[in-house]
Design a protein around this ligand. Structure first.
Ligand code: SF4
Ligand code: SF4
Length: 213
């Protein structure tokens, strides 16, 4: 499924529901990846949290390193000289059924959802895949929901200085995910055509912070 042809990402509201659930409980997202392995070969450090016991048992100990700045129980796995995860074997994840939560919830459709056209430096293969996704908008609710996610992503990018240090991640993937998490704070300001009339930036920033509490 590699190439440049557009890919169906499905109806937006259905995707958003699944993504929110995945982020909340860590269940897998059902991305129709085909033969793409871009996110497994894009120089990501894979977080292994305390809940990733099955993954930790499968991944050789010598590939697990203490996660900087995080308490005991958190580890990371690096990548090889080509940026590939060491668990990627013959083009497939060799621990797929026990893959870490980070991998289970990764869904490059989040870039298309948030209107972010660049997955970041060194993530060109993901960018190429992410720009292929096309959502469907069968109802006004689908349009409104995506507009809320996009406005959230734009607001976080443009007003990072209004938030506590570290609140807005510099990494485009995490910023897109944060936009999904906080989009509900934007819904009351977005109409069915996707147009937004936002309050003053400081008020909007506070609403975003409150929405996560
Ligand atoms: S980049 Fe997207 S399509 Fe490719 S493997 Fe990752 S999640 Fe699947
Ligand atoms: S553990 Fe599996 S899914 Fe996760 S990055 Fe490695 S190969 Fe990909």
């Amino acid at each position: 499924m590699s190439g440049t042809t557009p890919l169906s990402a499905g109806p937006f509201s259905g995707w958003l529901r699944e993504m929110q659930l995945a982020l909340e409980i860590g269940c897998g997202t059902d991305v129709p990846c085909g033969d793409c392995v871009a996110c497994c070969s894009s120089s990501y450090f894979i977080h292994l949290g305390p809940d990733d016991q099955a993954a930790k048992r499968r991944i050789p100990k010598e590939l697990q390193f203490r996660a900087p700045g995080l308490p005991k129980g958190h580890a990371v796995m690096g990548y090889d000289e080509h940026g590939r995860c060491p668990m990627l074997v013959d083009g497939k994840c060799s621990v797929y059924e026990d893959r870490p939560r980070t991998c289970r919830v990764y869904d490059c459709r989040v870039f298309a959802a948030a209107g972010i056209a660049d997955a970041g430096e060194g993530k060109e293969a993901i960018t190429r895949q992410a720009v292929r996704w096309r959502f469907e908008f069968p109802t006004p609710a689908d349009i409104r929901l995506q507009a809320a996610v996009k406005h959230a992503a734009d607001f976080l990018r443009d007003h990072a200085d209004l938030f506590p240090d570290g609140f807005v991640p510099p990494n485009p993937t995490q910023r897109a995910v944060l936009a999904v998490k906080v989009h509900e704070a934007f819904l009351e300001y977005v109409d069915d055509a996707g147009r937004a009339k936002l309050p003053a930036p400081k008020q909007m920033a506070q609403a975003i912070i409150d929405s996560l509490e």
